[in-house]
Design a binder for this molecule. Sequence first.
Ligand SMILES: Cc1cc2nc3c(=O)[nH]c(=O)nc-3n(C[C@H](O)[C@H](O)[C@H](O)COP(=O)(O)OP(=O)(O)OC[C@H]3O[C@@H](n4cnc5c(N)ncnc54)[C@H](O)[C@@H]3O)c2cc1C
Ligand code: FES
Length: 263
Amino acid sequence: MEAAQLKAKIISNKQLKCNYWHLEFDSGIIAKNALAGQFIEIKVNNGIDPLLRRPISIHSVSGTKVKLIYEVIGKGTQILSERKPGDFLDVIGPLGNGFEYKWLTKKLDNRKTILVAGGMGVAPLVFLAGKIKFYRPLVLIGARKKEQVLCSQEFKALGCKVVTATDDGSLGFKGRVTDLLKGFLSENQKTGKPEHIYACGPQPMLKAVVQISCENNIASQLSLETHMACGFGACLGCVVSTKSGYKRVCKDGPVFMGKELIW
Ligand SMILES: Cc1cc2nc3c(=O)[nH]c(=O)nc-3n(C[C@H](O)[C@H](O)[C@H](O)COP(=O)(O)OP(=O)(O)OC[C@H]3O[C@@H](n4cnc5c(N)ncnc54)[C@H](O)[C@@H]3O)c2cc1C
Ligand code: FES
């Protein structure tokens, strides 16, 4: 489906905790057509500063509501956090390709699909978990500290098993989420390896996920959150190197097969 540009009414825009916010807007078109892993480009205010739209993943949809979660890290997300319910937000979407999951084995055992989220990387994976809840995925969430672990209740409500890792050990396993992944794969060698790993998060985490999945001969898909400029394929500001040449994250991604990427 072609992306739509529209003015969508903000239903709510609330601080979750720390710098994390949750925004809901009303758009039947985007809600109906969005695929898990796609994103929208938001013009955060009505003026020309900031000029560029900001890409944010579609976190989930419900009826005509589209939900986002975002971290306030700079000018654009700060302005977004100041927008009020009833305001109209200029959005373009849904954009990008989304995760592939239709070919997962139908009679998959529990926990044979793993979602790995680092920090704000939970955002598109909740939408995906809703689409593949039939497979009862295992979700590994990594964050620097307890306060930055997001969405674990949302994943659990979808029937996922959630295991967390924090760098400082304030919640769950102390260490990297990719160490949790390694541990899970070695513990479960005898019961059969997972079929697929989906991941979103910081680049070093994604690189490690690909390495682990290749070593274990498991397919992986990653959603990349590269810096973007135009957001619709024209400026080449978001290219990544792949085995089939340079690809634009905004147009050819943001989801790529792990084994295709060259780091
Ligand atoms: C496909 C896609 C989906 C995304 N989904 C989400 C989401 O669901 N929730 C969310 O909070 N964020 C998401 N992001 C990241 C989000 O777009 C940026 O955080 C946002 O554009 C920052 O805007 P800003 O004006 O607040 O910060 P800026 O003032 O532009 O930047 C502030 C600081 O953050 C750094 N920065 C900016 N963008 C990124 C980025 N993409 N990756 C790493 N560092 C960055 C800058 O270098 C700078 O140091 C996504 C990005 C992409 C490409
Ligand atoms: S942001 Fe311009 S081509 Fe992707």
